[in-house]
Design a binder for this molecule. Structure first.
Ligand SMILES: NC(=O)C1=CN([C@@H]2O[C@H](COP(=O)(O)OP(=O)(O)OC[C@H]3O[C@@H](n4cnc5c(N)ncnc54)[C@H](OP(=O)(O)O)[C@@H]3O)[C@@H](O)[C@H]2O)C=CC1
Ligand SMILES: CC(C)=CCC[C@@H](C)[C@H]1CC=C2C3=C(CC[C@@]21C)[C@@]1(C)CC[C@H](O)C(C)(C)[C@@H]1CC3
Length: 418
């Protein structure tokens, strides 16, 4: 069932062929990275040292562990929230409501895991289970995406995503057909975007840190830095949880294989690659270099948070004293665009800050290997592509006003370079 609007929408990611290729390439890349990181040469490119057998990829115990984790996070999501926020207006003029209790879920998870570890839970053992966990999570994602696709069959047209309803099964399965799949008030896209994968990433990092302590007596300085930086990033995402309601993923993307895999597999298992690398390839790190890396991360965070908060405050309340003095240009939609402050420096200052942090997360791993820089390299590709997609949306939405903004602020992400 294709929506007429969906048929007209230009296809992204190379259409059905590109989607099919990505559905093979993304799980294969995850598998390759997890095999390479624990091998001696730790090569980013080139064949893996060995091909795993089925027993290394699958175990019912691991499936049970994953389902328990998903169940725990779902239960924490359903706990009473300090606030219930409204999303942006939908096509049918309604607004969905979302619980704001992500930070609470993180804290409760840390508390539960802390109690478990002090009671003898061998969390460090998780470090040895990442390969089967990732493959079981991939299988779960495929099954879950089929269910999402089927659920969209009975969704009214107004609830479908603008892009994922071309009529091509492979493409729509990848892009996601339904914009906000829900059962009752349980919103699957919002839940998966911020909970099991993001909090799971922190837990995997912690397991790698504990395993390093078991093997070498104490965690290395490099391991502490990577854990600290990434905990800050996840803590920030959950503290400012409400801001995710205005991101492209929530407002535009359907919930299909791409986001489900990104949330449940890609984020926890590839974003933890630096800590994973440090467990198998310890790196010396002196205090002066560590301080310099902390400064780089702090600079990135300052730009990332400053830019995201400035835009969110402006979108929520343009007369808020912190943004009321900024220069803006009007658009035909009635919304204004910021042309001074962070958004007057480049057109995506938040991406710049995010990229600087990505570099700071890899630097503790030294310069002997390319593998721990995978996240930084992938992130450049993701954000350049994302910027181009957002640019197209904004051009369609704001027309001449967007052209005027581009003339005022000619650089996209990096001042004077790009
Ligand atoms: N770690 C990771 O893997 C990833 C992290 N991210 C991060 O997520 C965050 C959100 O990113 P994303 O969802 O891509 O988009 P943004 O938060 O950058 O939002 C883009 C939107 O902002 C609005 N906007 C653009 N320019 C202006 C302006 N000058 N003044 C006012 N509003 C403007 C437009 O929407 P409108 O006008 O309709 O409000 C535009 O569509 C970023 O910090 C990014 O780095 C993103 C992807 C992956
Ligand atoms: C290669 C592949 C499978 C692509 C899917 C992309 C996803 C991994 C990312 C799309 C947008 C994301 C966001 C975050 C994590 C990665 C994904 C899901 C995010 C939750 C990270 C923390 C940030 O503070 C954020 C909340 C702004 C961010 C939102 C977008």
């Amino acid at each position: 069932m294709a929506s007429p609007q969906g048929l007209q929408a230009p296809q992204e990611f190379g259409g059905p062929l590109g989607a099919a290729a990505l559905m093979l390439l993304l799980p294969a890349t995850t598998l390759h990275l997890l095999l390479a990181v624990r091998s001696g040469p730790a090569r980013l490119l080139g064949p893996p040292a060995h091909l795993p057998g089925l027993s290394e990829l699958w175990s019912p115990r691991v499936l049970l562990l994953l389902l328990t984790w998903l169940g725990l996070q779902a239960a924490l999501y359903l706990l009473p929230a300090r606030k219930v926020a409204e999303g942006l207006e939908l096509k049918d003029k309604s607004r969905l409501r979302y619980p704001i209790n992500g930070f609470q879920a993180l804290m409760l998870t840390v508390l539960l895991v802390g109690l478990g570890v002090s009671g003898g839970l061998p969390l460090g053992a998780l470090a040895e289970m990442l390969l089967p966990l990732a493959s079981v999570a991939t299988l779960t994602t495929f099954i879950f995406s089929v269910l999402l696709y089927m659920k969209a069959q009975v969704t009214p047209t107004s609830g479908l995503a603008p892009r994922g309803n071309s009529g091509n099964l492979l493409y729509d399965f990848f892009m996601g057909r339904e914009l906000n799949p829900r059962i009752g008030s349980f919103d699957f896209k919002y839940f998966f975007e911020l909970r099991p994968g993001l909090i799971g990433w922190v837990l995997i990092n912690l397991a790698l840190l504990l395993r390093e302590a078991e093997l070498r007596g104490s965690p290395s300085l490099a391991m502490w830095l990577v854990n600290g930086f990434q905990l800050l990033y996840v803590g920030d995402a959950l503290w400012y949880e409400e801001a995710v309601l205005t991101t492209m993923d929530i407002t535009h993307e359907g919930f299909g294989f791409m986001l489900a895999f990104g949330d449940l597999v890609w984020v926890p298992f590839t974003y933890s690659l630096q800590a994973h690398f440090l467990l198998y390839h310890p790196q010396p790190l002196g205090l002066p270099r560590a301080l310099l890396i902390c400064l780089i991360n702090a600079a990135g965070y300052y730009i990332f948070r400053g830019a995201n908060s400035q835009k969110n405050t402006f979108r929520k309340n343009p007369s808020d004293p912190s943004v009321a003095g900024l220069e803006t240009i009007p658009t035909a939609t009635g919304k204004r665009l910021l042309v001074s402050g962070w958004w007057g420096m480049v057109r995506h200052p938040n991406y710049l800050g995010d990229l600087i942090m990505a570099l700071a997360w890899s630097l503790p791993c030294g310069t002997s290997h390319l593998l721990p820089y995978f996240y930084f390299l992938y992130f450049i590709v993701l954000l350049v592509h994302r910027e181009a997609r957002d640019e197209l949306h904004c051009l369609q939405k704001y027309g001449r006003a967007w052209h005027a903004y581009c003339q005022r602020v000619p650089y996209r992400i990096v001042p004077y370079i790009y």
